[in-house]
Design a protein around this ligand. Structure first.
Ligand code: FPP
Length: 240
């Protein structure tokens, strides 16, 4: 049973298996992403119901540009569909949307819809929904290093000032951007057991839950099962 008093504050999800879900049904890969988008909506809703404060999903990685043009275009079209059809509901539900990743290079219409969503939800105080788009964990750390390096070169900082807190502040989850705590729980669907460049710095102490369920088949019940697994483990942060 889920213990409502011990809910994770931040859950992060690698939504994997859309392509295999489509292949099993002889459908194009984009149909899998479309089904995945519907699952994502349900999980946003359910996170809100469970009182989770931050939900981060891996929607598009820095490596995903290597996929076919049709698939990449399809994913961004879905993003436009999602934000346009959901914006009012996100506002009504007091959800704040943020992006992790440099989204300056995504297709123009997707960027425009996204910016509208960020702007219109920025003062909301309920669930914070972080969408990782053109996101890569190493790229994020590289960017932070570069900014800090530039500040040192300009004499604004000394090397001794580089602390874990400072590095954290310059990540996409830092206080200038998505301002989110580290996730206590990272879930990956579809039976793959790796992090694939997702939240590398932030997941240092996260509990990892892997399920064989393909993302389009992931239900609120499966979600609760993953949270139960998290609750059943004792988190020690390297102490005793
Ligand atoms: C991974 O499955 C999924 C993605 C790379 C895209 C995720 C996108 C969505 C859930 C819908 C769109 C929503 C937004 C916000 C853009 P995969 O294609 O790697 O699956 P496979 O490993 O079975 O091939």
């Amino acid at each position: 049973m889920l213990d409502k008093d011990r809910m994770p504050v931040h859950v992060a999800i690698i939504m994997d298996g859309n392509g295999r879900w489509a292949k099993k049904r002889n459908l194009p890969r984009v149909a899998g992403h479309n089904a995945g988008m519907k699952t994502m909506k349900k999980i946003v809703d359910h996170s809100d119901k469970l009182g989770i404060q931050y939900l981060t999903v891996y929607a598009f990685s820095t490596e995903n540009w290597k996929r076919s043009i049709a698939e990449v275009t399809g994913i961004f079209k879905l993003l436009v569909t999602y934000v346009n059809s959901e914006l009012q509901e996100l506002i009504d539900n007091n959800v704040k949307v943020k992006v992790l990743g440099d989204y300056s290079s995504i297709p123009g219409d997707a960027k425009k819809s996204l910016e509208k969503t960020l702007e219109q939800t920025k003062d909301n105080t309920g669930l914070q929904f972080n969408i990782a788009l053109n996101y890569g964990g190493r790229d994020e750390i590289r960017r932070a290093m570069r900014t800090i390096g530039e500040e040192i070169a300009q004499g604004k900082r000394r090397p001794e000032e580089i602390t874990e807190e400072l590095i954290g502040a310059y990540l996409f989850t830092g206080n200038q951007q998505a301002n989110s705590p580290d996730p206590e729980l990272v879930i990956r669907t579809s039976g793959e057991i790796r992090l694939s460049n997702f939240l590398l710095w932030q997941s240092a102490y996260s509990e990892l839950v892997f399920t064989d369920v393909l993302w389009p088949d992931f239900t609120p019940e499966e979600y609760e099962k993953a949270i139960c697994q998290y609750q059943s483990r004792q988190r020690r942060f390297g102490g005793r």
